[in-house]
Design a protein. Structure first.
Length: 126
């Protein structure tokens, strides 16, 4: 995980969000869910979970951007040591794990709001 984060930080540039799930992906999933889930109550639950995912992703991207700035500052600081860099990376790793755990909770809640057929329509093979 640490190596992946370092590669994204040093090689990714501005296009790297730090997450596997992106806002455009959520927009696409949202459209497909709205088309597949016709029951209003289940559709509302599914939409609420997608909004939760969207908020989680936004919060993580903001934190990732802030830690990117902190890491860049530490990297340029001649007096910074490995302990400081590791502490920043450990914090980022912990935040990523927490965000992924909450994203999984939303994923399972989304699944529970849909029938198997609706799920397959949204996420099945094209």
């Amino acid at each position: 995980m640490l190596a992946a984060l370092l590669m994204m930080f040093f090689l990714g540039g501005a296009a790297v969000s730090g997450s596997v799930l992106t806002q455009p992906m959520l927009d696409d999933i949202d459209e497909r869910v709205r088309a597949a889930v016709t029951d209003p109550a289940r559709a509302a639950r599914a939409t609420a979970e997608l909004e939760g995912l969207r908020a989680e992703l936004g919060q993580f991207e903001k934190g990732f951007g802030n830690s990117s700035k902190s890491l860049a500052k530490l990297y340029r600081d001649h007096g910074a040591d490995a302990v400081e860099l590791r502490a920043q990376l450990d914090t980022l790793d912990s935040e990523w794990e927490t965000a992924q755990s909450r994203a999984l909770d939303h994923r399972f809640a989304l699944r529970d709001s849909m029938t198997r057929e609706e799920w397959n329509e949204v996420f099945g093979e094209p």
